[in-house]
Design a protein around this ligand. Sequence first.
Ligand code: COA
Length: 184
Amino acid sequence: MSAPSAGAGSPAVRKLDAAEAEARLADLADILVDAVACGASVNFMAGFSRDEGQAFWRAQVAGIASGEKRLLVAEQGGHLVGTVILTLASQPNGSHRAEIGKMLVLFSARRQGVGRRLLAAAEATAREAGRTLLLLDTETGSAGDRLYRSCGWTEFGRVPDHAFQPGGRLADTSFFYKILEPST
Ligand SMILES: CC(C)(COP(=O)(O)OP(=O)(O)OC[C@H]1O[C@@H](n2cnc3c(N)ncnc32)[C@H](O)[C@@H]1OP(=O)(O)O)[C@@H](O)C(=O)NCCC(=O)NCCS
């Protein structure tokens, strides 16, 4: 995969609908494969393949089509460089709630503010959908952990040895929430 280099313009952050997600399964898979290969604890183990990545994203398409999931991406020079999924809680008593997942930025595009912009876009999307309580989890001490703290999220718990890193070592997981002001 040819990773876009920094300097090809600032990535645009936008929603991807179900048809576009289907059309860009390979690009989406590349970002997930890159994250796992770089050691991110995002549900998968070392050796995670492009086919498995495409299968993961293909399985998200129905939720995107139904509106249960909102997919936001960062795009630079025609390449996707980042993703985040907002999943709206479907329980009748959780209609104010949503979860953030697959907050990923290509290794080559990190530390340039892309993650912060994707997260802000996901929060704005949640607000528009009337969701004011957001939840997520991430490996304790990871780049994600630092990103969420720097964006005003609150850690409410930590589970020791919760998940295997891609390389096979167990690591703690931190659970975060953020309360949003309702949109006016
Ligand atoms: C987490 C991740 C999405 C951050 O993306 P990013 O584009 O590099 O993040 P940003 O450049 O917007 O960083 C915003 C802030 O987060 C914090 N931060 C992000 N990465 C960090 C790191 N590696 N070390 C320390 N702080 C970090 C910093 O406060 C940073 O602000 P600064 O650069 O002004 O200091 C990216 O590192 C990634 O894809 N990691 C692998 C997947 C993952 O673990 N996702 C989270 C769990 S689902």
